[in-house]
Design a protein around this ligand. Structure first.
Ligand code: NAP
Length: 273
């Protein structure tokens, strides 16, 4: 039994675990001897990821095909994992599918994102965190984004949802740190995932630039799970505060908006971001 297994328990769940950062977390957990439950919507991608993890690491892998934007998804997941001692939860699913102005998306799309990124994250933390606290051991990673630091044009619902995840993770860290449960709010910048590629393509942007490797992201987070409340991947001060800390809120919002616009222009001119 590895130290991670004995510290947290025999099973882990990755919500959004079939590709990108999520599947990298699943491999990282499996390589530490933790059995994993993978959650995602597309069954063929989910099953292929599960087969790959089983064959490489020899752990048990279960799949649960669910849309985390749907109400009832978390009670379904809880029922599907009843009887498993889930010691580690990674809530990863959360990317936006288009970076466009608020009113250029339909209301239903915004509401689905808010459900998946806020309501379902809170529900996952509650349903799977309670048994961890009762056992006095467990770990939880809520994946968030640099979009959480301040508002910005084209980031309205996404950035707001990621701020929710950041504050939720930090608050749970504060409550559970004396109870044997490690909570980490993982702040990511641009990372090379299939979802990120699809979003870039949907926005009509070229693909490239300085992107983090999802396996580096997951390994670093697993290694620093006990170093919460917040871990900022790629930062020279990964436990440090907001990069906009010295700015007024107005200047931070303008800088965030300029950053989003500049990266679009850069990639349109072929420089990538
Ligand atoms: N990639 C980046 O550049 C970047 C930057 C900053 C922060 N982040 C954060 O990092 C996390 C991972 O991002 P990502 O780029 O890997 O893309 P993602 O779309 O958030 O995650 C992909 C995984 O989540 C699953 N998923 C997505 N929506 C789902 C839903 N409604 N229900 C169930 N499963 C769902 C996908 O499978 P299915 O599609 O088959 O469901 C896949 O397994 C997100 O929280 C994102 O906000 C990413």
């Amino acid at each position: 039994m590895t130290s991670a297994t004995s510290a947290y328990g025999p099973w882990g769940i990755v919500a959004g675990g079939s590709d990108g950062v999520g599947v990298a977390f699943a491999h990282g957990m499996a390589s530490r001897g933790i059995n994993v439950v993978l959650v995602a919507r597309r069954v063929p991608v989910l099953e292929a990821a599960a087969d790959d993890i089983r064959s490489r690491h020899g752990v048990e892998v279960r799949t649960v095909a669910l849309d985390l934007s749907a109400s009832g998804a978390l009670s379904e997941l809880e029922a599907a994992t009843a009887g498993l001692e889930v010691g580690l939860l990674v809530y990863n699913a959360g990317a936006d599918t288009r970076n466009v102005d608020f009113l250029d998306k339909d209301l239903g799309t915004h509401l689905e994102l808010v459900h998946r990124n806020c309501t379902a994250v809170l529900e996952a933390a509650y349903r799977f965190g309670a048994p961890m606290v009762a056992r006095g051991r467990g770990g939880m990673v809520l994946v968030t984004s640099g979009a959480a630091w301040a508002g910005g044009a084209t980031l309205a619902a996404y950035g707001a949802s990621k701020a929710f995840d950041l504050v939720l993770a930090e608050s749970l860290w504060a409550e559970w740190r004396g109870k044997g449960v490690d909570v980490l709010g993982l702040v990511l910048g641009r990372t090379d995932t299939p979802s990120h590629r699809r979003t870039r393509a949907a926005d009509g942007e070229s693909y490239g630039g300085d992107l983090a490797d999802p396996y580096d992201v997951a390994e670093e987070a697993l290694a620093h799970l006990a170093d919460g409340p917040t871990w900022i991947h790629g930062s020279p001060r990964p436990t440090g505060g907001s990069p906009f800390g010295a700015l007024s809120r107005r200047d931070a919002v303008l800088a965030m908006s300029r950053g989003a616009a500049a990266s679009r222009e850069e990639s349109e001119s072929g420089a990538g971001r």
